[in-house]
Design a protein around this ligand. Structure first.
Ligand SMILES: Cc1cc2nc3c(=O)[nH]c(=O)nc-3n(C[C@H](O)[C@H](O)[C@H](O)COP(=O)(O)OP(=O)(O)OC[C@H]3O[C@@H](n4cnc5c(N)ncnc54)[C@H](O)[C@@H]3O)c2cc1C
Length: 505
C-alpha cells in the first residue's frame, strides 16, 4: 500500500516478476524514491527461481523454498501489485494492456517476462506437449504426471524434447523423483523409459566437452535413450514424428527447446530481433523506445548477445534498477556490459552437480552443496526481507520533475487532503464514460445526462432498499477494490431479497 503523503509525480511500471525485477523491487524497498509510484504487473503471484526448479522437481525443495513471494516483495517495495497477464503495450498513450483489468498508465516501463519454449513451429506441438514454461503451468502438469506415474503399472515412456542444460537437467530430476517415489511405494521403476530428443548431434551444445562427456555418461548410466540429430517434425496425441520419418509413442512429451518470445512486444511496435526478443542497448533501454526497458530472457542486448539464462537475468537486475532510478531523476542511464563467461551449476537430480565455466569443469556432491548454498543465499535476499523504518524522507528529489510541476502537484495534494480522498473530475469522467448506461424509464437523471445527483422514479407500491458500506482498502488496486466494494453492496441487497436498480460512484 502507498503510505506516504508525497504526491505521485511519476509512474514506473514493472511487467513480470522475473529475476531482474525482483532486484528492482528489493532496491526500491531499501531505498524508496519519493514521488515515484511503483506498480508490478505479473501473471504469477509466486515467481519460480530457475536455479532451484530442477531441485524442486527432484524433491529437494518445497514450493516456498523455490519461489519468491511477489506479493510480499511488492509490499516491501511499497509497490502496487496487479495480478494480471500483460497482453499488449500502447506506446503512444503509454499504457500497459492487461487481460483482466483496465490499462495501466506509465511514464517508464520495464519488461522482464522471460521466455517460453517455442511450440508453434512444430505442427501439433501446441496442445500435445507439456512446455517447461510457463513454469507454474509446467509444475501443475508435473504433479499430474507424478500422480499418473505412481498409479500406472504398465510400461511408461517419457520423452523430453530439447537437450540443452534445461532439458537434460529436468529429465534427470524427473527420473530421480519418480524412481524414488515408486520405490517408497514399493513399486519398481524398471518399466519407465526416458527418451531425450535433440536436433543437434550432441547434448548441452553451449557447454564444454568435459561437461558434455559427464552428462553423456550420466544419461547412459541412468538408462536414458538418446535420439540425437533427430528433430521433432510433428507431434500427435501421445506420439511424435521425427524428421527421419520415425514415429515414436510416448505417454508424456516434455518440451524444453530453445527460448521463444511472445508476440505482444513486436505487435506494440518495439524493435525486436528475428526471434521476437526486445532489442535493447547497453543501458537496457529499448533501441526504439527509450522509455521502455527490458531485461532477462525477453531482452536481446544488441551489442552483447548472451545465452538465455537466469544468470544473466539476475546480473541485469543491478544495472537495471540503477538506470531506472537515473531515468526517473532525469539523468542519463549508464551503459552496462554483461560478463562473457559465466558459471553454470547443472544438477543430475540426485544431489550431485557439474560446474561449467568456459573450458573448465568440476563435478561431485560438493558441487551440489555449493550450488545449494548459492541458491539458498539468493532466495534469502528476497524471502527474508528486513524491517524497514517508515520512510522519513518524503521530499520530492530534484530532477524528478521540474519545479513548476512539483509545485502544482503539491498544491493539488494539499487541497485534496481533507476532501474524502475524491478522485479528480477528469479521472472520474474517464471511468464513467467507459460505462454504457442501461436505458431505463425510471432513471430520470442518470449517466446519460450526468448531474450532481441521480434522480430515479420509484414505481407505486414498491419500496427502496438502501445500503451503504465502507471499509479500509485492503488491496492497493482501485480497480479490484471497486469490484470488492460493488460485490459487497450487491450482497447486502440480495440478502434483503432486493433487486439491484442503481449504483452510485
Ligand atoms: C528446466 C530449466 C532449468 C533451468 N535452470 C537454470 C539454471 O539452473 N540457471 C540459470 O541461470 N538458468 C536456468 N534456466 C533458464 C532460466 O529459467 C531462464 O533463463 C530465466 O528464468 C529467465 O529469467 P527471466 O527473469 O527473464 O524470466 P522468468 O524467470 O521466466 O520470469 C518471468 C516472470 O514474468 C511473468 N510473466 C510472464 N509473462 C507475463 C505476462 N505476459 N504478463 C505478466 N507477467 C508475465 C512470470 O509470471 C514470471 O514471474 C533453466 C530453464 C529451464 C527450462
Amino acid at each position: 500500500m502507498q503510505k506516504s503523503d508525497t504526491p505521485i509525480v511519476k509512474d514506473l511500471v514493472l511487467i513480470g516478476g522475473g529475476h531482474s525485477h525482483v532486484a528492482v523491487l528489493k532496491r526500491f524497498g531499501m531505498k524508496p524514491l519519493p514521488g515515484v509510484r511503483l506498480t508490478l504487473i505479473c501473471r504469477d503471484a509466486h515467481t519460480p527461481y530457475s536455479g532451484m526448479l530442477p531441485g524442486y522437481v527432484a524433491g529437494h525443495y518445497d514450493y516456498d523454498e523455490a519461489h519468491i513471494d511477489l506479493g510480499a516483495l511488492a509490499r516491501f517495495a511499497n509497490a502496487r501489485f496487479y495480478h494480471s497477464t500483460v497482453t499488449g503495450l500502447d506506446l503512444r498513450e503509454k499504457r500497459v494492456i492487461c487481460d483482466n483489468r483496465p490499462p495501466v498508465l506509465f511514464e517508464l516501463v520495464s519488461i522482464n517476462t522471460g521466455s517460453t519454449p517455442n511450440t508453434s513451429r512444430v505442427p501439433g506441438a501446441t496442445g500435445n506437449v507439456v512446455p517447461v514454461k510457463p513454469i507454474n503451468t509446467f509444475l501443475d502438469r508435473w504433479e499430474v504426471l507424478r500422480d499418473r506415474a505412481m498409479s500406472h503399472d504398465g510400461p511408461m515412456k517419457i520423452a523430453v524434447v530439447g537437450a540443452g542444460a534445461g532439458g537434460v537437467e529436468i529429465l534427470l530430476a524427473i527420473q530421480h523423483r519418480l524412481k524414488n517415489l515408486r520405490a517408497a511405494a514399493g513399486k519398481s521403476a524398471d518399466n519407465m523409459e526416458f527418451h531425450l530428443f535433440s536436433d543437434t548431434d550432441d547434448i548441452l551444445p553451449t557447454h564444454n566437452g568435459l561437461v558434455r562427456r559427464t552428462f553423456m555418461e550420466t544419461l547412459k548410466a541412468r538408462g536414458v535413450v538418446l535420439h540425437m540429430s533427430n528433430a521433432v517434425a510433428e507431434v500427435m496425441h501421445g506420439a511424435l514424428r521425427t524428421d527421419r520419418e520415425e514415429t515414436f509413442q510416448a505417454d508424456e512429451i516434455l518440451w524444453v527447446t530453445a527460448a521463444g518470445a511472445p508476440d505482444w512486444p513486436r505487435d506494440a511496435g518495439l524493435d525486436v530481433d528475428d526471434g521476437g526478443f526486445i532489442k535493447v542497448g547497453d543501458t537496457l533501454q529499448s533501441t526504439s523506445h527509450p522509455d521502455v526497458y527490458a531485461a532477462g530472457d525477453l531482452a536481446a542486448m544488441v551489442n552483447h548477445p548472451r545465452p538465455k539464462s537466469g544468470v544473466f537475468a539476475v546480473r541485469q537486475g543491478k544495472p537495471l534498477v540503477r538506470n531506472l532510478r537515473r531515468a526517473l531523476l532525469g539523468r542519463e542511464p549508464r551503459p552496462f556490459r554483461p560478463q562473457s563467461r559465466f558459471l553454470s551449476l547443472i544438477s543430475t537430480g540426485d544431489k550431485y552437480a557439474v560446474a561449467s565455466r568456459g573450458g573448465w569443469s568440476l563435478k561431485g556432491k560438493t558441487i551440489w552443496i555449493w550450488k545449494d548454498w548459492i541458491d539458498q543465499r539468493f532466495m534469502d535476499k528476497f524471502n527474508d526481507l528486513p524491517d524497514m523504518d517508515e520512510e522519513d524522507e518524503t521530499d520530492l528529489p530534484a530532477g524528478l520533475a521540474n519545479q513548476d510541476v512539483i509545485k502544482e502537484i503539491s498544491a493539488i495534494a494539499m487541497r485534496c487532503g481533507g476532501c474524502g480522498a475524491k478522485v479528480g473530475a477528469t479521472v472520474l469522467s474517464r471511468a464513467l464514460n467507459s460505462l454504457t448506461p442501461a436505458p431505463r424509464e425510471d432513471v430520470l437523471i442518470g449517466l446519460h445526462e450526468p448531474d450532481d445527483a441521480a434522480v430515479v422514479e420509484v414505481p407505486p407500491g414498491k419500496v427502496i432498499v438502501h445500503t451503504v458500506d465502507y471499509f479500509r482498502a485492503m488491496v492497493d488496486d482501485p480497480y479490484v477494490f471497486g469490484k470488492i466494494a460493488a460485490n459487497h453492496s450487491l450482497g447486502d441487497i440480495f440478502a434483503m431479497g432486493g433487486e439491484p436498480q442503481t449504483a452510485l460512484a
